[in-house]
Design a protein around this ligand. Structure first.
Ligand code: ADP
Ligand code: MG
Length: 284
C-alpha cells in the first residue's frame, strides 16, 4: 500500500511533468511591418536551435503564413471546435518540420452546445508537442487581435520607424496590454542602422514607461534588408535561403534570446490562452 505522503509526492511529480509550451503572440498595430515574416523566420530559427515549434495563423483576413511558408491546410482550429476533427488532423508540416495551424476564427464567439473540454484537451496536445508556439496576429486593433493579446502571456511587438507604426504600437499597449502581467518584447524592424533603432527604441520605451507604466523587453532590431522581400516572393524564408546573411544571424540571436528568457511564472501554455479566450467571450 502506498502511504499518503508517497502518493502525494507522486502526484506532485506527475504535476511537474505536465508540459506547457511557451506561447509568443506576435503583433504590432499596423499591417506590412513584418509580423508574418518575423513569425515565420523566428519559428524556423527556434527550430534550428532544437526546439519543437508550432506556428498558428490568427490573421483572419489573409493567411500569409501559408504563403510565406509554402504550406496549405485543409482544416482549421474551428474544425476541431465544431466538426469533430482531432487536432492532429488540422496540423500541417512546414520546412524543417515545424508545424502549422490556421486558427480559422474568433474564439470569443463560440456557439452554445460545443464541447469545450474536448476542444481544450485537443489544445493540450499542442502544448505537449511544442516547446514554442508562435501566434501571428493580423493587422489592426480589431476584437480578434485584441482578445488574443489580452489572453497572451508573452507578446512580441513589432515596430518600424514609421510614425504610424510607433503610434499604433503605443495604442495597442494602451488598450490591449496595459495593467496585465505580461512580458512585452519589442523588436524594431526595417531600420537603417543601429543608431536609428536606438533612437526609436529609447523614445518608445520612455513614453510607454512614463505614460502607461509598462516595462518592455528590448529584443533589438532587424535592418531593412532587400533579401527579406525576395524571400517572400520566392516563398523561401530568409533563414533558409540566406542562412549566413546578417539578417538571418540576427534572427537566430533573437530566437536564442527568447529561448533563454525564463518562462512566465505560472505558464499555462496554449491551453491557458484558449481557456482565457473562451472565458472572456462570456460563453454561456
Ligand atoms: N527587415 C525587413 N527588411 C525588408 N523588408 C521587410 C523586412 N521585414 C519585412 N519585410 C517586408 O515587408 C512586407 C510585409 O511583411 P509582412 O510580414 O507580410 O507584414 P505584416 O504581417 O506585418 O503585414 C513583406 O514584403 C516583407 O518582405
Ligand atoms: Mg501578416
Amino acid at each position: 500500500m502506498m502511504d499518503q505522503a508517497e502518493s502525494l509526492r507522486k502526484l506532485v511529480s506527475q504535476k511537474k511533468k505536465i508540459k506547457r509550451s511557451r506561447v509568443i503572440t506576435i503583433t504590432g498595430g499596423k499591417g506590412g511591418i513584418g509580423k508574418t515574416c518575423i513569425s515565420v523566420n523566428l519559428s524556423l530559427g527556434l527550430k534550428k536551435l532544437g526546439y519543437n515549434v508550432t506556428i498558428i495563423d490568427a490573421d483572419l483576413g489573409f493567411s500569409n503564413v501559408e504563403i510565406e511558408l509554402g504550406v496549405t491546410s485543409k482544416y482549421t482550429l474551428l474544425d476541431v471546435l465544431y466538426n469533430n476533427k482531432m487536432i492532429t488532423e488540422v496540423i500541417s508540416e512546414g520546412p524543417l518540420g515545424i508545424k502549422y495551424i490556421s486558427s480559422g476564427g474568433d474564439f470569443n464567439l463560440i456557439n452554445e452546445g460545443v464541447d469545450l473540454s474536448l476542444f481544450l484537451n485537443n489544445i493540450k496536445i499542442l502544448d505537449y508537442y511544442s516547446d514554442f508556439i508562435i501566434i501571428d496576429t493580423g493587422a489592426g486593433l480589431n476584437n480578434v487581435v485584441s482578445n488574443f493579446l489580452k489572453a497572451a502571456d508573452e507578446v512580441l511587438l513589432i515596430v518600424t520607424p514609421e510614425p504610424t507604426s510607433i503610434m499604433d504600437a503605443y495604442t495597442l499597449i494602451k488598450y490591449s496590454l496595459v495593467g496585465e502581467d505580461k512580458k512585452i518584447n519589442v523588436l524594431i524592424n526595417k531600420v537603417k542602422n543601429f543608431n536609428e533603432y536606438k533612437k526609436i527604441y529609447d523614445r518608445f520605451e520612455t513614453v510607454v514607461k512614463n505614460y502607461l507604466g509598462v516595462s518592455l523587453i528590448d529584443l533589438g532590431y532587424l535592418e531593412n534588408d532587400e533579401k527579406m522581400m525576395e524571400c517572400i516572393i520566392e516563398q523561401n524564408p530568409i533563414v533558409l535561403k540566406y542562412e549566413n546573411s546578417k539578417t538571418s544571424k540576427r534572427i537566430l540571436q533573437i530566437a536564442a534570446q527568447i529561448a533563454n528568457q525564463s518562462p512566465p511564472i505560472e505558464n499555462k501554455g496554449l491551453w491557458g490562452i484558449f481557456s482565457r479566450l473562451i472565458n472572456r467571450g462570456g460563453f454561456r
